[in-house]
Design a protein around this ligand. Structure first.
Ligand code: ZN
Length: 408
């Protein structure tokens, strides 16, 4: 009898060991998934030889940030995709010409001399802390003396200070612990700084009125292409909230948007009402779309718009955990409903104000017709047509999980 019980207990013990092993495998594979998602995002304040200066948009992991003939004088670095429950943040320190090392700051805080003007950065150190430091390495290098330095990581100094050379560009990238140096970084066109997601470095005058035109639900082969023609003809920028499942057939249009300095935002994979989905489904709808955009245009979206503007606390929490600010609008043209160009034009012109975000859809011919009238008219009235991220970066910035309807 006793012998029998002993055998039973031993059997249970083996089952216990097996269970532990299974859990270990599950946890390990979850960790691998998390590793692929953590990314560095960053923006720099470009001082200017001429009169214009400003913050670039927040750009993506392993994307080179520089502006030909210009140099950064302040820096912000943040993280997106931090695994839930994993402690830590990104910490960074700059060596500012004339001041030496400034105190370390973390998690998108500004350091440098954005308010002082012309002092360049000479070198930088960046590291992760908390649990993050046990699971990831942060790599970085700087453009100095006309070439990018070799990668350094985890608090090492990139660049040389005290020798009269300034940093002209930067790139940051996060890799799983001991995964080695990142591959060749994505490069932004030198004459279109942070072209993908907006920047204060192009000729935007922060003291003059500006608005953000936004086009949802595309790309659409005919209408999006025509709207891009109109925007480009007037040197205007817009933001396109694209649907992930439409991206494949419109990849050339997304490339055009990115190259033309327009912003591409995330409008979910299949135009799902996010309030009716689980947290996992929401994550998937946004992740898949971001991946499709990146594959098509080489950049990742940094803002999102919820289909139907449908948001609740849980949705906001999901959006925030994925690192997105949520963008709504202050003027709804209802172009999808009336499909009448004149009505769209009248709706906008009768109420437009500085800082407005205007909602349209690039999947209707009538909206393209309206754009042909609106864009030159708005410019004629003194509005700068900028992307959402450009306007935000000049007016207080954005926080993940927060909701924005305008930037006054
Ligand atoms: Zn939509």
């Amino acid at each position: 009898m006793l012998q029998k019980w002993k055998q039973k207990i031993q059997g249970l013990h083996y089952i216990g060991v097996l269970l532990c092993m299974c859990m270990f495998v599950v946890c390990t594979s979850m960790q691998v998934k998390a590793n692929t998602q953590l990314q560095a995002v960053y923006s720099a304040f470009f001082a200017a030889e001429g009169a214009k200066a400003g913050w670039s948009a927040e750009i993506q992991d392993n994307t080179k940030l520089y502006v030909q003939g210009n140099y950064p004088s302040a820096l912000r670095i943040g993280l997106v995709g931090q695994p839930e429950g994993m402690s830590g943040t990104v910490v960074y320190q700059v060596n500012l010409s004339g001041s030496g090392w400034l105190p370390a700051v973390e998690n998108r805080a500004e350091t440098g001399a954005a308010d002082l003007g012309q002092q360049p950065l000479e070198s930088v150190k960046v590291w992760l802390n908390g649990d993050l430091a046990n699971h990831y390495d942060i790599y970085y290098r700087v453009l100095q003396n006309g070439a990018f330095t070799p990668w350094v990581k985890n608090g090492e100094e990139a660049g040389s200070h005290g020798v009269g050379t300034r940093i002209e560009g930067l790139v940051f990238a996060i890799r799983g612990k001991d995964a080695g140096e990142p591959g060749e970084s994505l490069e932004l066109p030198a004459d279109k700084p942070a072209a993908s997601q907006g920047t204060g470095t192009r000729n935007i005058d922060p003291s003059k009125p500006m608005i953000a035109l936004t086009y949802d639900d595309g790309p659409h082969t005919a209408h999006t292409s025509r709207i891009l023609d109109i925007l480009d003809a007037h040197g205007a920028k817009a933001t396109f909230y694209v649907i992930g499942q439409e991206v494949g057939k419109g990849a050339n249009l997304l490339q055009r948007m990115a190259a033309g300095g327009h912003e591409i935002g995330n409008h979910t994979w299949a135009h799902q009402n996010l309030t009716k989905q689980s947290a996992a489904q929401r994550k998937e709808a946004l992740h898949m779309t971001a991946a499709a955009i990146e594959q098509a245009a080489g950049i990742r979206p940094t803002t999102m718009r919820a289909p139907y503007g449908a948001l609740d606390e849980k949705v906001k929490e999901s959006i925030g955990s994925l690192g997105y600010p949520s963008i709504l609008w202050s003027i709804d043209t209802l172009d999808w409903k009336h499909k009448n160009a004149q009505t769209t034009v009248d709706t906008v012109l009768s109420q437009v104000k500085d800082g407005d975000i205007i909602l349209m859809h690039d999947v209707y011919g009538a909206t393209a017709d309206a754009s042909a009238v609106l864009i030159p008219e708005l410019i004629g009235r003194g509005y700068q047509l900028v992307t959402v991220s450009e306007m935000a970066s000049l007016r207080g910035g954005m926080q993940a999980g927060s909701n924005y309807r305008r930037f006054r």
